[in-house]
Each structure stands twice: as C-alpha cells, then as structure tokens.
Design a protein around this ligand. Sequence first.
Ligand code: SAM
Length: 338
Amino acid sequence: MVKKQSMNFSDNELRRWIDGDGCEQELFAEADKVRRERYGTDVYIRGLIELTNYCRNNCYYCGIRRDNRQVERYRLSKEEVLSCCKEGYRLGFRTFVLQGGEDAALTDEWICGTVSEIKTQHPDCAVTLSLGEKSHDSYKAYYDAGANRYLLRHETAHAEHYRLLHPESMSLETRKNCLWDLKKLGYEVGSGFMVGSPHQTTDHLIGDLRFLQELQPDMIGIGPFISHQNTPFRDYKNGDLHQCLRLVAILRLMFPYALIPATTALGTIDMNGRELGLKAGANVVMPNLSPVKVRKKYALYDDKICTNEEAAECKMCLENRVASAGYRIVTHIGSVKK
Ligand code: SAM
C-alpha cells in the first residue's frame, strides 16, 4: 500500500491516506520504520517556555487573541526566563523554546538580551524562538544574538482558507515571506498547520503538504484544532485524532529527516495522543518549563493539559509515556539529521 519514503506521492495517494483508506496501521508501521532508520528510538526533548500571552493579533481560533477580554495577561521577566532555563538545564534539557503571542512590549532589545544571556549561561544549548511575524531585520538581530531555530506554522497554505481563519490585517503572503526570510538567515526552521481547523478540506491539507515540500523545513509541527470557548470558533468541532495521526505518518514518509513533535494538542484530545503520535512517526516532545503560576493563562484552546505540574513532574511524566510507547528520551541538543 505505502510506497516507502517517497517524496513523489500523488495527490490521489495523499487524499486516500488523509481521508483514511482502512490501511492506517500499515501507514503507521511504515512511518515508524522510516523514523527508526534515521533516528532509532531517540526522542528529543525541548523545554517550552511560554513567555507572554499578550498578542496584537486576533486569529479566530486562538484563545490568547487580542479581543479575548477574559484572559488574564502576563509576561515573564528576563530573570524568570533565565530561572526556567536553569531548572531545565538541571533536568537535562539542551533546547529551550521561547514561545509567545506577538507582544509589542517585548522589544527586539529585550529578546536579543534574553537570548544572548541564555547562550552565555548555557553555551551547549540551542535557543528556539516562536514569537510570530517579525521583520527581516528583527529576525536577523535575534539570529545574531544567538537564536538557532524558529517555529512559525504557516497554519494553512491556501489563501482563501487563511482568510477564513484570520482577520484582514493578516495574510498568507506575509506569513510565507517570514518563513523564507528565516530560512535565508540560516535558522533551522519549523512550520506546520492545524488539522481539522474550521472550513478545512482534504485539498487544503494536500496543499499544506505541497507547501512544506517547497519550504523543506527542519521541524514540522501539526496538531488538531481544539476549540476555545472565548473565540469566534467556539462552536466548531475539534480536529480528529486519527486524521492527525495519519498526517504525522505521511509527514514522516515525505520528510524522513524531519523533527516532528507529538504535540500537547494531540495529548489534549486523547489521553494517549502523544504516545500514538510517537508510534505514527513523531520524534520530539516539548514538556512545559513555564512557571506553574502562568500555565493556565496560556490557554490557546480549552482543557489544555500539563497546566498544573512543575517542570520536573512534566518531564518525568513524558519520560514514562515515551518509554511506554517503546522509545527513549535523549538529552542532547537534538539537531535535525538531514
Ligand atoms: N504567536 C506565535 C505564532 O503565531 O506562531 C506563537 C504562538 S501561537 C499561539 C502557537 C500555535 O498555537 C499556532 O501556530 C497555532 O497553530 C496553535 N494554536 C492556536 N490556537 C489553537 C487552537 N485553538 N487549537 C490548536 N492549536 C492552536
């Protein structure tokens, strides 16, 4: 059924697998084989630090969108970020991911200062940023300050679909330009999309895969859309676990080298979602290192998991989950094997 490790799947093949043609187990087994050839049973960990939930954007799906007045806004101080990294380092993390809304108060100067201080204190670690759309010069300044990787999901590669998920002030073109800028600057780049977002069709998903083939990102993050009660999309149904898993497997076959996380959103729609994600070809997990006091405030969607545990508990829980799925967490910097 599955033509192994081919970049040349036809639209029809992709459509069958995305929609589920009854050969799901075979698809997962093939993806797992490809992942083991490249990465063995290694699972890389990234320590996620949720910097700020202030955001100037108003994405219709996102719980921290500007117009959600129910959110209690917060922003971590540089000292808090450094203390999260210190604890993370002690626990074995060698990559820190600083993620947040597009917060105008986080100036380039602040971001550069924080990145360079992390690199000074932990020169053997990678710093990943996920702070949304910025100018080429800002991305360059972060890179020069020591940032190594950048995560920016394209969300959907279809302009009309993009318009249905975002207000007029945002555009797919800007999003794509940011991704190309990041690539040119030398970042390891991550992109991706939500599965089952409102108005999404199978053709949109095929378009997402084709865009990723063009971009050739190092990291690809996907997760189910999960509705949030205080957004315009509150009444839309969540993405489907199995479709999301099939897409993880397809990504592994199309991009054998890629770093693909078993995301928190997968773990939120199903208790074993992350383990199933690993078995379908994912090879990264991202335990939360944010201070517990802010975790619930970074609610991108309803019922987000891991909002109560300290970093150490979060890591231990994931270590057990990864082991139960038949893989093992490794603590090195975890670069892409292209
Ligand atoms: N502001 C940065 C950006 O735009 O890339 C990073 C933060 S943003 C909240 C991180 C990711 O959360 C988005 O790329 C989006 O795919 C995901 N996300 C937001 N709302 C979601 C929802 N309701 N369900 C699933 N994922 C969601």
